[in-house]
Design a protein around this ligand. Structure first.
Ligand SMILES: Cc1ncc(COP(=O)(O)O)c(C=O)c1O
Length: 397
């Protein structure tokens, strides 16, 4: 299955914003995805760490069915029950006080940036600068691209949104050097996902918490990828034991439908009428699904299962790394990376796809694993078997 960049007739009306395999995917069930030709793939992309409960879980079909016959979108200017219930449940589970719902991770992060700037205006004498990090990924609208630290992005769509100073992950001196009297917040992913699953150390996050308290800054965690049980705790900050003032969620919150959330502690929840909004903000259809997903992924048994399968996956990856002479294995819960030591991740991904396993090359030298959170023991074993085979084929060439 070759990866295509040249438009085939049936693909020509979609803007070619990314390389895609020349197959059309028509059905997903649990861990598995089928293409039009009837080929079955073990899917460890899962919508890019989105499908917490795998493809097409019954719980989501049921929530969609029930809510869609009752109320779809009344208007963001009217209250609805699923949004009220989801907001209060999220606050209860996270310790945050207020929520704004959006549809994408970028939208939640854009909201966090606006919230920090507003708080800087009302509480910090007009401070507006946010310290963000090299290699970070916060989304693809203009503000979140400027907040991100992806190499080359600053040259794509100039002029860039100002107000972001860059530091390096796990390097406190670089954070101190990036601060100025205009600084209002520090924004980071507790584990940099798109950068190749690079975790912050707990010491670094604790030091950031102290620094924010001493200097009157907001600590903001982008948990679009690490939240919603991905790291084996319901929220990534619980895994690290460091509480931010602001947190964003997306991806796994909807389990496959578009919903995101910006959560803030009361002391910095400063939005007033007109500051933030969106046509689909808190629409009941998506909120009803997220509520059902949250009730499932938030139970102690479910979280224990994520940690157990994560231990199986990381052990398997370490074994493969040893056997094939590869590099570091890092991650937590069910978000892991394997360093290959060479720029051959794209080729390994291609061989895996031919064998029936869908994987992501987060970096040219690094594979990323994001299976569904309710993966079974045999599924993880099957993924390891297929990866082993792909790595062995590479060595044979
Ligand atoms: C940490 C993080 N933040 C933000 C985003 C952007 O989310 P979305 O693509 O839903 O806008 C992503 C997506 O990969 C992400 O991993």
């Amino acid at each position: 299955m070759p990866t295509t960049t040249a438009p085939d007739a049936q693909f020509q009306h979609l803007m070619p914003v990314t390389a895609r395999p020349a197959s059309i995917f028509v059905r997903g069930q649990g861990a598995w995805l089928w293409d039009e030709a009837g080929r079955r793939y073990l899917d460890w992309l899962q919508g890019w760490a989105v499908n917490s409960l795998g493809h097409s879980p019954e719980l989501i079909s049921r929530a969609l069915q029930e809510q869609s016959t009752r109320l779809l979108t009344p208007s963001p200017a009217l209250y609805n029950l699923p949004a009220l219930r989801l907001a209060s449940r999220l606050c209860e589970l996270s310790g945050f006080d207020q929520v704004f719902f959006g549809s994408t991770g970028a939208e939640a992060n854009e909201g966090a940036i606006k919230l920090a700037r507003k708080w800087g205006r009302v509480a910090r004498g007009g401070a507006f600068e946010i310290v963000t990090f090299a290699d970070a990924f916060h989304g693809r609208n203009l503000a979140t691209m400027a907040a991100s630290g992806k190499a080359g992005w600053d040259a794509l769509f100039p002029p860039n949104v100002p107000g972001f100073a860059k530091a390096r992950l796990n390097d406190l001196d670089s954070v101190l050097a990036a601060l100025s009297p205009r600084s209002v917040a520090i924004l980071l992913e507790p584990v940099q996902g798109e950068a190749g699953v690079r975790p912050a150390t707990p010491e670094f996050l604790r030091a950031l918490r102290r620094l924010c308290d001493e200097r009157g800054l907001l600590l903001m965690f982008d948990e679009v990828q690490t939240g919603c049980a991905r790291l084996g705790e319901l929220f990534g900050f619980q895994h690290f034991g460091v509480e931010p003032d602001v947190m964003t969620l997306g991806k796994g919150l909807g389990g496959g439908v578009p919903i995101s959330a910006l959560l803030a502690k009361a002391h910095c929840s400063v939005f007033e009428h007109g500051d933030q909004g969106g046509t689909y903000a808190g629409n009941p259809l998506m909120c009803a699904v997220a509520l059902a997903v949250l009730e499932q992924i938030g139970t102690p048994e479910f979280l224990a299962g994520v940690r157990e399968r994560g231990a199986q996956l990381s052990q398997g990856l370490r074994e493969l790394s040893r056997r094939h002479g590869l590099g570091e294995v890092r991650g937590a819960g069910l978000l892991w990376a394997l360093e290959l030591g060479r720029d051959e991740a794209a080729a390994v991904v291609e061989r895996c796809r031919e064998l029936g396993l869908l994987l992501n090359a987060a970096r040219p030298h690094c594979l990323r694993f994001m299976p569904r959170l309710d993966s079974s023991e045999p599924e993880i074993a099957e993924g390891m078997r297929l990866l082993d085979q792909a790595l062995a084929q590479g060595a044979a060439h």
